[in-house]
Design a binder for this molecule. Structure first.
Ligand code: MEV
Length: 313
C-alpha cells in the first residue's frame, strides 16, 4: 500500500490568459488531496472517491477522471492486466471548480503510484505525469494547476507555447497575505469554457489581443506590487483582472455577486478564480479580522462553501 498527496491552488492572476503564454500568478493552498494505492488480485483499477466535494462535482467529472487515470498509467507504463489496484482518494481539499481539485488528485495519484511501483519519480517527473493526467480533464491544460499542486507556494508561471517545459519560479514575500475563497457551488467544465474562449479568440483576434495586452501589463504590475508588499495595489489589480475575465465572458452572475459581497465587506480586491462560469472566487483581505468578516458575509450571502487561507511566506 502506498500514499501520495497534492495541494489545492488559487489563481491570483491569469486564468485563461495563461493558456496563451501570458504569465500567471497562483498560490498553493494548505488543503490537499490524498491517494492510497492498494494492490488487488483482480486486473484493472477501481476508484473509491471519498474526497469532500461540492454537490454534483464528482459525478460531473467522473468520465474525465477515468481518462485522466488511464493517461497517467499509460505515461508511467504501469500494466494492470495481471494485477490491478484500488485507488482511495481522500484529504481535506473540498473539490470545487477553481480550487485545482483535478490537478491535486493527479499529483496525489502519480506520487502514490511512484511509491507503489518503486518508480523513484522526482517532483519534476511527478509534475509531468500529473500534466498528462490533467489532459484527461481538458485537452490543452496550461500546466499551471499541476505545477502549483506539485510544488506549492506562490508561483509565477509561464507556459511554453512550443511544447517545451514551462518556466516557473516561486516567489517568497516578506509577509503573508490573507485570502478568502468562496464557491458558487456550480461545477464548470474546463474543457467547455477553455474551448469557448478559444472560439471567441479565433473569431475576433483583435478583440482578444487588446484584452491580453492589458492583462500582460497588469500581471507584471501585480508581481511588482506583491514583491513590494503593496497589497492595496495587488487588490486593485485583482479587481481589474476580474473585469477582463468578465470581458472574456467567463465570469457569471453568481461569481459577480460573491465578488461584490467580498468588496462591500472590506476586501481590498476580489475576482473569480480558475475556469469560471461557476466555481470559485477569491478575496484579498487587509488583515485577519476583516478576513473573518468577509468570510461570514459570504456565508450569509449564500456561498456554497467558504475557506480562508494565506500565501506568500
Ligand atoms: C483552470 O484552473 C485554469 C485555466 O486557465 C485552464 C488552464 O490553465 O489550463 C482556465
Amino acid at each position: 500500500m502506498s500514499t501520495g498527496s497534492g495541494k489545492g491552488k488559487a489563481i491570483l492572476f491569469g486564468e485563461h490568459f495563461v493558456v496563451y503564454g501570458f504569465p500567471a500568478l497562483a498560490a498553493g493552498v494548505a488543503s490537499e488531496t490524498t491517494a492510497i494505492i492498494t494492490r488487488v488480485r483482480s486486473f484493472g483499477w477501481k476508484l473509491v472517491d471519498n474526497r469532500p466535494a461540492m454537490p454534483g462535482y464528482k459525478e460531473k467529472k467522473y468520465e474525465e477522471q477515468k481518462t485522466s487515470i488511464d493517461n497517467i498509467l499509460k505515461h508511467l507504463n504501469i500494466d494492470t492486466t495481471k494485477t490491478g489496484f484500488q485507488i482511495d482518494l481522500g484529504g481535506d481539499l473540498v473539490c470545487a471548480s477553481g480550487i485545482g481539485a483535478s490537478a491535486a488528485s493527479c499529483v496525489a495519484i502519480a506520487r502514490a503510484l511512484s511509491e507503489e511501483y518503486s518508480l523513484g519519480l522526482d517532483d519534476n517527473q511527478i509534475n509531468e505525469a500529473a500534466y498528462i493526467g490533467e489532459m484527461g480533464y481538458h485537452g490543452t491544460p496550461s500546466g499551471l494547476d499541476n505545477t502549483v499542486s506539485t510544488f506549492g507556494g506562490l508561483t509565477w508561471f509561464v507556459r511554453d507555447l512550443n511544447g517545451g517545459p514551462p518556466k516557473f519560479e516561486k516567489l517568497k514575500l516578506g509577509k503573508s497575505a490573507d485570502l478568502v475563497i468562496a464557491s458558487t457551488g456550480l461545477t464548470a467544465s474546463t474543457k467547455v469554457v477553455v474551448g469557448d474562449v478559444r472560439k471567441k479568440k479565433d473569431a475576433n483576434p483583435e478583440w482578444f489581443d487588446s484584452i491580453s495586452k492589458e492583462y500582460d501589463q497588469l500581471v507584471n504590475d501585480a508581481r511588482k506590487a506583491l514583491v513590494e508588499l503593496n497589497f492595496n495595489k495587488v487588490g486593485a489589480l485583482m479587481n481589474k483582472n476580474h473585469e477582463l475575465l468578465q470581458q472574456l465572458t467567463v465570469s457569471s452572475k453568481e461569481l459577480d455577486n460573491l465578488v461584490e459581497i467580498a468588496r462591500e465587506n472590506g476586501a481590498i480586491g476580489a475576482k473569480m478564480t480558475g475556469t469560471g462560469r461557476g466555481g470559485n472566487m477569491i478575496a484579498l483581505a487587509p488583515d485577519h479580522t476583516t478576513m473573518k468578516k468577509i468570510a461570514e458575509a459570504l456565508e450569509k450571502g449564500r456561498a456554497a462553501g467558504v475557506w480562508t487561507t494565506s500565501f506568500g511566506l
